[in-house]
Design a protein around this ligand. Sequence first.
Ligand code: VG1
Ligand code: CO
Length: 476
Amino acid sequence: MAIEKIKFGTSGWRGVIAADFTFSRVRAVTQAIADHLVAQGLKDKGVVIGYDTRFLSERFAAESVRVFAANGIRSFLSNRDVPTPAVAFEIIRRKAAGGINFTASHNPPEYNGLKFSAAWGGPALPETTKDIEVRANALIDKNSIPLLSLAEAKQKGMVDDVDLRKAYLDDLRKKIDFEPIKKAKLKIAIDLLYGTGRDYLDSALRDAGCAITIVHGHRDPLFGGRSPEPSEENLAELSEVMKKGRFDLGLAVDGDADRFGIVDPDGTYINPNQVLALVLDYLCRTRGWKGGAARSIATTHLIDAVAKKHGIEVYETGVGFKFIGDLLVQGKIIFGGEESAGMTIKDHVPEKDGILACLLVAEMVSSERKTLKDMLKRLYKEVGVILNDRVNIRLTEANHAAVYARLSQPLNEFGGLRVKGKKTTADGTKYMLEDDSWVLMRASGTEPVVRVYVESSSEEQIKELIEAGKKFISGQ
Ligand code: VG1
Ligand code: CO
């Protein structure tokens, strides 16, 4: 495969290690970010640098620090692998110019990546990443990128080793109501998926008196041969552990701990869309906040139903948490969620936070004293049944062009349902079908897959829509 240009996707720049994601390209992107920060007049504020548990992540981070140092930009370098939301928190706390987390998040083990967060703490918006891309591509293969050794950088005071954990966890204590959790004395099983959530999520809950059993709590850059994504398939082992023991709740976070995964006591995986709707409903009932709710175009309309119940406005954004983060800092929303298991709330970081989401669910389960399944039944009774599903279909060099051509074909009917409206966006066209069902098909901006998202009010209809999506993508 030809080496591609550096391109930021839905969240950061990602590539296969040694092919696309190399030390020299990391140097070019860092130099581009340094130039961008100089142009913004932010040079003197310093940058927060973190990394995940992937192969070479800490080495890529160190390389980046060397480039920043040579540009006279000081780095606050994390002293261990770190969740992306903790980097976001530290940027805001230190009033830094921005930050980088070296992570490919939920991608397979052969990938690494970097997420650049702006001074406001959220994932950089397209205008910023565009500027960085242009600068970086002009620098590739140039030997002119300045570099200091780490020792020189330290000696010049250009790098501080910092702990990001304490301040972040202290802050979460103000945002989560730990009282009901302490009273409930929960038994919780946590799957850390070999990632950065270790000693963050489990510590917060242990401190609240919960009995914790951990699965995959050590670093494995191969992630046990899977992707560190807290999907139903990847949480099968957590579910088995829960079936064998007696637990009140199962929790998980992805590789960089910005996504959540939730499992009911009987081992049933709860779909993230349903978790988002339940938490929004819970927050509206308990926090008394005023403001809207944001969801991406691919995220469930169950959120809209909950918002309607509480009389709050809904904002629909493109895919990618940067757009939700932007609405949060503008003060427009009290809650934002994405179907891929992203969530944040008012006064918190404008970035998805899997640790916060898991703690909110623990709080909700403790104070409601119900399983998530029972809470869902209650919610469906109140606002109506809205179900959803998503499949990912692999893109190969062979099917790539044909699939893209099909994605832009207009539809009049889908899965036997008439198209009654459509919305065309940068993420493809979302087709509104009869019965308030809908379908969205789009190419991922993080992995070589096409995603088909469907929503409807019955299981049968969901199955039909998913089948129709698979057929449509494969050209049958
Ligand atoms: C996916 C999700 C999107 C999420 C993004 C980053 O993007 O759909 O909701 O914000 O990953 O998540 P895409 O373009 O592949 O569908 V993470 O946990 O990798 O930062
Ligand atoms: Co992630």
